[in-house]
Design a protein around this ligand. Structure first.
Ligand SMILES: [Zn+2]
Length: 291
């Protein structure tokens, strides 16, 4: 039996406690020697790093900083420049950290009894390929869930989009019920749901939360145009019944670089935007998945 101070109490591969010391390996990034062990039962070698989520990463010390930058309105390339790594490292970490954050966020329970949800528009490389981000938030301003859906181009761009990129799926009808179902399984105590007026919203809410009360508010279509006018007319203290969700969406646009308006950073893969959103949600518990 091993008699030296080690972090492992048993072999990570077979679970037996019969193992002996077998040298060290040098970790270049932290300039430390890490002890290795040999299992006498399954004949495999392991170290204290084997079970770490950052196993085999050469620059694992970047993870926390990259998380903070990604959830703080910095683009992938700029983050790579700031921490001094390659763009590809930043990109693969975005995907890896986002996946870890997603698993962590979805495994946690939700609190609260109220839910507000809305859509936030973004693009997939070009405005001819729009994306819709469905965001749901509870009364404590905690993001209860996000889903990214591909939608058809609208307005005068729809015909150009069809010509250039062919038919595009409209995923919103499938993703919204999926999101609401996911939230109801994480928190069945939701009693009040607030949203804009849309037929698909009403149907999806009724299916996922049959006992909850659904409050519907008419969307303010001229929101963008009247934003400056409000200050001129001295009626800026207008009550917004969907303030929590509108405020959260505004924060998302500020804290995730690719969601910023008039930015030249865009999403290239819709699933990666979702990972970035989960990274932002994990920011509220200080990236607990990294511990
Ligand atoms: Zn073993």
């Amino acid at each position: 039996m091993a008699q030296f101070p080690i972090h492992h109490k048993k072999c990570p591969y077979c679970g037996y406690k019969d193992f002996s010391k077998r040298g060290y390996f040098y970790k270049k990034s932290t300039k430390t020697y890490i002890p290795r062990f040999h299992c006498n039962h399954c004949n495999k070698n392991f170290s204290t790093r084997t079970l770490s989520p950052a196993f085999k990463q050469k620059k694992s010390f970047l993870n926390r900083t990259l998380c903070k930058l990604f959830a703080g309105g910095v683009s992938l390339r700029e983050a790579a420049r700031i921490v001094g790594c390659n763009y590809k490292t930043a990109y693969t970490r975005w995907v890896w950290l986002g996946t870890l954050a997603k698993d962590d966020v979805l495994s946690r329970k939700l609190r609260g009894q109220e839910l507000e949800f809305d859509e936030l528009l973004s693009i997939e490389h070009t405005k001819l390929k729009p994306l819709s981000v469905i965001v749901a938030v509870n009364e404590h301003y905690e993001i209860a869930g996000v889903k990214v859906a591909k939608i058809k181009a609208f307005g005068h761009l729809s015909s150009v989009s069809l010509q250039k990129y062919g038919p595009r799926p409209d995923e919103i009808k499938a993703k919204l019920p999926e999101l609401l179902q996911e939230i109801s399984s994480r928190n069945p105590n939701i009693q009040i749901i607030k949203s804009d007026k849309k037929l698909s919203y009403i149907k999806a809410v009724k299916k996922a939360f049959p006992k909850a009360q659904h409050l519907i508010f008419l969307a303010d279509d001229k929101k963008e145009k009247t934003r400056e006018q409000r200050y001129l007319n001295h009626n800026k203290r207008k009550f917004d019944p969907l303030f929590k969700i509108n405020h959260t969406c505004a924060k998302l646009r500020d804290h995730i670089k690719r969601l910023t308006r008039r930015s030249w950073c865009t999403t290239k893969k819709s699933e990666h935007l979702e990972l970035g959103l989960y990274l932002y949600i994990a920011k509220s518990n200080n990236f607990a998945f990294l511990k």
